[in-house]
Design a protein around this ligand. Structure first.
Ligand SMILES: Cc1cc2nc3c(=O)[nH]c(=O)nc-3n(C[C@H](O)[C@H](O)[C@H](O)COP(=O)(O)OP(=O)(O)OC[C@H]3O[C@@H](n4cnc5c(N)ncnc54)[C@H](O)[C@@H]3O)c2cc1C
Length: 342
């Protein structure tokens, strides 16, 4: 089988690894210059500051996949969820919000988290290494323009930079609006995807020479919708620095994006982590990053176009999981659904 995966985030990498493990010839196409998806490492001097994923569920699909790929060094230490301070909420709610990064999530089983060793980039790097070992080919920096169906209504090729690449099946591991555009280019009805409403957030990552969050490992304030977690780990701090005297702090405004939301995070930290501004050794902030591609009720069936040889993956696809776990679950699910449909 000649399979194409469009999108090089966690969902696309998981799909590519699964398809290749099942014997397909796989080409992964990513429009940006680097793989890894919406969460990218940025240079923060000697500190390891990731602007996205910080915690993963100890028994979730991402961790399971990494174990399967024999990547134990990526798994990292446990995060202490018992020391999370919930403000105007109870501890269970705070952990549900942390597990889903959403204020309107239903209760989830209280998860145990780990801090990925080496941060997001080492985790994505491990998926890329596995994909390479399985002979997945990469076309990075190319955007897919069109899906082309044959007379039989099944996928015949994808058009990339004016060239048609013949294939038998495709996984769309890209946000709903992009998936809709490509499906419509093939004359398919993507109205359900068009109804998805993105949720964007402001986020702040800061390396602190001090422990202003003590005695807590995390803070959640239900009124402002701000969540802040201490994700300090030995491998995230510069050589020679003492992890017991530093903090890697990640804070997100779940209430929305924009400069006001970022300012809200800073003011919240002023009130709860006194002196943090004077301790900051490195900072990364974003006023707007996509946190969820849709609300939970808007998630779509990833197999809706399976008859045409097209499967969908990402957090807008129905899954019992959330965040990167949903990306991995739906990525592998898309590959398995295509295999079953052959
Ligand atoms: C602030 C923040 C904090 C988070 N914290 C956590 C956390 O603690 N734990 C956790 O598990 N998750 C967390 N997440 C969520 C996690 O980062 C995402 O769920 C995950 O990265 C989604 O991966 P994806 O592959 O589905 O999508 P994406 O990462 O969006 O990947 C899609 C890829 O497709 C590419 N693309 C788009 N259009 C095209 C096209 N036409 N052709 C080719 N390529 C295309 C894009 O460039 C992108 O690389 C967080 C996210 C944010 C923003």
């Amino acid at each position: 089988m000649r399979s194409i995966v469009i999108g090089g985030g966690v969902a696309g990498l998981a799909a590519a690894v699964q398809l290749a493990a099942d014997g397909s010839t796989v080409l992964l196409i990513e429009s940006k210059d680097t793989l890894g998806g919406r969460v990218r490492m940025r240079d923060s001097g000697n500190w390891l500051l990731d602007p996205g994923l910080h915690l993963m569920r100890r028994k979730g699909p991402l961790n399971q996949l990494l174990r399967k790929l024999r990547a134990p060094r990526v798994l990292g230490s446990r995060w202490n969820h018992r020391e999370m301070l919930a403000i105007d909420a109870d501890a269970g709610q705070a952990l549900t919000v942390l597990a889903t990064m959403s204020m309107d999530a239903e209760g989830v089983k209280v998860p145990e988290f780990v801090i990925p060793r080496g941060g997001w980039s080492s985790l994505v790097g491990r998926l890329i290494v596995s994909a390479n070992q399985l002979d997945v080919m990469f076309d990075v920096g190319s955007s897919v323009e069109e899906l082309v169906l044959g007379q039989d209504g099944r996928l015949a090729s994808v058009r990339v930079s004016g060239n048609d690449i013949e294939c038998d099946e495709v996984v769309l591991a890209i946000p709903p609006s992009e998936s809709a555009r490509l499906l419509e280019s093939a004359g398919l009805d993507a109205s359900e995807l068009r109804r998805c409403t993105e949720q964007r957030s402001a986020a702040l990552d800061v390396a602190l020479e001090g422990k202003p969050m003590r005695p807590y490992s995390g803070l959640f304030d239900a009124k402002s919708g701000i969540i802040a977690v201490d994700v300090t780990a030995e491998d995230r701090i510069p050589e020679g620095a003492d992890s017991s005297a530093c903090t890697i702090l990640h804070a997100v405004s779940l209430a929305g994006d924009g400069s006001e939301a970022l300012q809200g995070i800073k003011e919240f930290l002023d009130s709860r982590c006194s002196g943090w501004r004077n301790m900051a050794a490195a900072r990364r902030s974003t006023t707007s990053i996509m946190l969820h591609p849709c609300s939970r009720g808007e998630r779509v069936d990833g197999s809706a176009f399976i008859g045409s040889g097209i499967a969908m993956a990402g957090c807008h696809v129905i899954s019992e999981y959330h965040l990167s776990d949903a990306a991995v679950d739906t990525g592998r699910g898309a590959a398995k659904a295509l295999k079953l449909s052959r």
